[in-house]
Ligand binder design. Structure first.
Ligand SMILES: O=C(O)CCC(=O)C(=O)O
Ligand SMILES: [Mn+2]
Length: 201
């Protein structure tokens, strides 16, 4: 029996075709969200890196840190690997069970306020393989997440709630791009983790 105050937390498929983006709000409960946000915020050696955008070096509009066994390169920068903390390993295990796959790396991003953002891109680096599974977990302030089809330009969007899990798989990276746009609205700081499997050759 469903209680009246229990929010509807059915998984929701965001993509109509060409891959899957399965959104699961409430994957972590609010106590877990508070604990995870605080621990990750305190334990992460946040880096403010410059990235190469259209041939120019510009500051990345967010803080980030890369964890895993292997280095990772994107937008002209290489992130050195560092071992995952027990907190990250605990979240990784939950995501692996939900996505029925293994991950060996995670990019942790901190969006300090509405001016921090992630530009339109796909997670399509060759070392991720042709149809990567990417598990994206959010803690803290809600931000809009957009998926745009490369050919048809169709747009799908969702407000990524604290404690939510988004699993992108299949053709999602080949056929769609995604971003987290800036917003003028007041938003709480947000931590996002994207778990990936990086192939070593
Ligand atoms: O912050 C997000 O929800 C998206 C992060 C992302 O796309 C990435 O790290 O590749
Ligand atoms: Mn991405």
């Amino acid at each position: 029996m469903r209680l009246f105050d229990e929010p509807l937390m059915q998984p929701q498929e965001l993509l109509p075709h060409d891959g899957s983006a399965l959104y699961r709000p409430g994957f972590f409960n609010s106590d877990e969200c508070d604990r995870m946000f605080r621990k990750i915020n305190d334990e992460t050696p946040w880096e403010a890196r410059n990235i190469i955008l259209f041939g120019k070096e510009v500051p990345q509009p967010r803080l980030a840190c890369w964890y895993g066994d292997l280095a990772y390169s994107y937008s002209g920068i290489t992130l050195d690997p560092r071992p995952m903390t027990p907190t990250l390993l605990e979240i990784k295990q939950r995501c692996e069970e939900a996505a029925s796959t293994q991950f060996n790396s995670v990019l942790v991003n901190l969006y300090r306020d509405g001016q921090d953002s992630m530009g339109l891109h796909a997670d399509d680096e060759p070392e991720l393989g042709a149809e990567p599974v990417i598990a994206s977990v959010s803690f803290g302030g809600e931000r809009n997440f957009r998926l745009r089809h490369r050919q048809s330009k169709e747009l799908q969007q969702v407000s990524l709630a604290s404690g939510s899990l988004l699993v992108m798989s299949g053709l999602s990276q080949q056929c769609w791009m995604h971003d987290v746009p800036k917003t003028k609205k007041f938003v709480e700081p947000r931590i996002n983790l994207t778990f990936r499997y990086i192939n070593s050759n």
